[in-house]
Ligand binder design. Structure first.
Ligand SMILES: Cc1ncc(COP(=O)(O)O)c(C=O)c1O
Length: 400
């Protein structure tokens, strides 16, 4: 037996990756499976972005780069923050990592010690609590509710903060709920944070560009400039430009934190992929039409999925303000038995049975810290979504 680290014992494997993997295995066995579990746009990366990577490859830009980003990409990121968020960052206040996930990882690894606490509203992106645990600290989960639009209230944030709180992790629009905070809602939270100077703020803005019905995106350092010196504003090209596999994320924040994060990165991946960095420069500086084109498709799919799922008796499907997920409640279905004889005692039983009996892969709510729900990603074709919703309806109709 191989002796494993105590650190490893603190974390679970990613449940979303596991769900996607199980769906792949069933498909390999020849089952007709529709996967609604992956968190990535189904579109191809825009042509001009691919061309920039090809040009960089041909020009021999194939060597190690500066650990936290080539100057050209830092300049493009600085221009993006200025243009879209009204935030001014110098190059020394910008970091580029191998995906937003590495940026988050670097930030938490660079700052957390045993006994530190990190406040995370639920439902949350699955990786937050586990990266906090990897860093040796404690996630403090604050549940929200469907009735409150899955949004954290100022009073709940105030109650969760203690002298040991090091970070508040904020994500709007949210994975998995799609909840997007308005300026007023966010200002109510930043007012609380202003009273607690020991708390750093990590704003995960990765779904900034995927929003509906005129939703106006805002980020904490923009809403409350007084927080700028303790806020890490994180973003990336994965979701906005259909570039998940290129692995480029970035952030702006205080120079001291950025320098600490650079140290971690230099001792882990050395630097993000050189070609991907040049592709990201083209994504941020080139034509932005792709964002609106993808947005129109996502809006159509959101409307389709919400309409179909909400019409199923026993499923309550709220309308998300952003991102490409819905997070319906299945509270009314707990305790029932499927046509195949499986008892639904929790949301994991629901998604397991849905996959086995109808070949639809979705992720159970407990993975995101709020039950009983399930997450459906609508970043897939309209035809697949129609078919998947019909199968979910048949599954629920078959419950006894
Ligand atoms: C909320 C959230 N943050 C961050 C990420 C990380 O994205 P990436 O590492 O591809 O930049 C994801 C990806 O699923 C996400 O859903």
């Amino acid at each position: 037996m191989i002796p494993l680290s105590e650190t490893l014992a603190r974390v679970r494997p990613s449940p979303t990756v596991a769900a996607t993997q199980r769906a792949r295995e069933l498909a390999v066995e020849g089952r007709d499976v529709i996967s609604l579990s992956a968190g990535e746009p189904d579109f191809d990366t825009p042509r001009h972005v691919k061309d920039a990577a090809i040009a960089a490859l041909e020009a021999g830009k194939t060597k190690y780069t500066a650990p936290d980003g080539i100057p050209e990409l830092k300049a493009a990121v600085a221009a993006k923050f200025r243009r879209e968020n009204g935030l001014d960052y110098a190059p020394s206040e910008i970091t580029v990592g191998t995906g937003g996930k590495q940026v988050l990882y670097n930030a938490l690894m660079a700052t957390l010690n045993p006994g530190d606490e990190v406040v995370i509203p639920a439902p949350y992106w699955v990786s937050y609590p586990d990266i906090v645990r990897l860093a040796g600290a404690e996630p403090v989960i604050v549940e929200t509710s469907l009735e409150a639009g899955f949004k954290l209230t100022p009073a709940a944030l105030e109650r969760a903060i203690t002298p040991r709180t090091r970070w508040f992790l904020f994500n709007s629009p949210s994975n998995p709920s799609g909840a997007g905070y308005s300026r007023a809602e966010l200002a109510a939270l930043t007012d609380v944070l202003m009273r607690h100077p020991q708390v750093l703020v990590l704003s995960d803005d990765i779904y900034e560009h995927i929003a509906y019905d005129g939703f106006q995106f805002v980020t904490p350092a923009q809403v409350e400039p007084g927080l700028r010196d303790r806020t890490l504003t994180m973003n990336g090209v994965s979701k906005a430009y259909a570039m998940t596999g290129w692995r480029i994320g970035y952030a702006g924040g205080p120079e001291e934190l950025i320098a600490a994060m650079r140290k971690i990165q230099s001792q882990s991946t050395t630097c993000p992929c050189s070609l991907s960095q040049w592709a990201a420069v083209a994504a941020l500086e080139g034509p932005q039409d792709f964002i609106d084109e993808a947005g129109a498709a996502f809006r159509r799919r959101r409307d389709l999925v919400v309409e179909r799922l909400d019409a199923i008796a026993g499923i309550d499907c709220p309308v998300p303000e952003g991102a490409f997920y819905v997070y319906p409640s299945i509270a009314a279905l707990i305790g029932r038995t499927t046509a195949g004889g499986r008892r639904i005692a929790c949301d994991e039983d629901f998604t397991d049975a849905l996959l086995e009996e109808q070949g639809v892969a979705a992720v159970f709510g407990a993975a995101f810290g709020l039950s009983p729900h399930f997450r459906v990603s609508f970043a897939t074709s309209d035809a697949e979504l129609e078919e998947a919703c019909a199968r979910i309806a048949a599954f629920v109709e078959g419950l006894r």
